[in-house]
Design a protein around this ligand. Structure first.
Ligand code: FES
Length: 127
């Protein structure tokens, strides 16, 4: 699977919103560095977090086991299978806020916003 990623911090800096329909179109018009916006491939059963690390990126995490929410991403398009999520309530998972440490792509292409641990509604779920 190919994952296109965008850093939530860049969204905040640009004054954009996670709910903008054209988020990735707008990102393509800005020359972000590779750590902020780009694509990588997820091989086999690797989690999205592992694949990001293999590609040389430094995404936030702590427990690596679905219990802390530091690794949360917002899935903007495509789907991710997530196992054993103990922390996020349905109101967030329904919006595509999911854990990248235990998430594997379920579609051939995905767009995700990483670093969403800074979202105000996620703060109370971080451990
Ligand atoms: Fe803790 Fe993913 S790193 S839930």
């Amino acid at each position: 699977s190919v994952v296109e990623y965008l850093d939530y911090d860049a969204i905040v800096e640009q004054g954009w919103s996670l709910d903008d329909d054209d988020l990735f179109e707008k990102a393509n018009r800005v020359r972000f560095d590779d750590a902020t916006h780009g694509t990588f491939v997820v091989e086999g059963d690797d989690s999205v977090l592992e694949a990001a690390e293999d590609a040389g990126f430094d995404w936030p995490f702590s427990c690596r086991g679905g219990a802390c929410a530091n690794c949360a991403v917002a899935v903007v398009s495509g789907e991710m299978d997530v196992f054993h999520d103990h922390v996020l309530p349905e109101e967030l998972t329904e919006r595509g806020i999911l854990l990248s440490c235990i998430g594997t792509p379920a579609t051939s292409d995905m767009q995700v916003v990483f670093n969403v641990k800074d979202l105000p509604e996620l703060e109370e779920h971080l451990l």
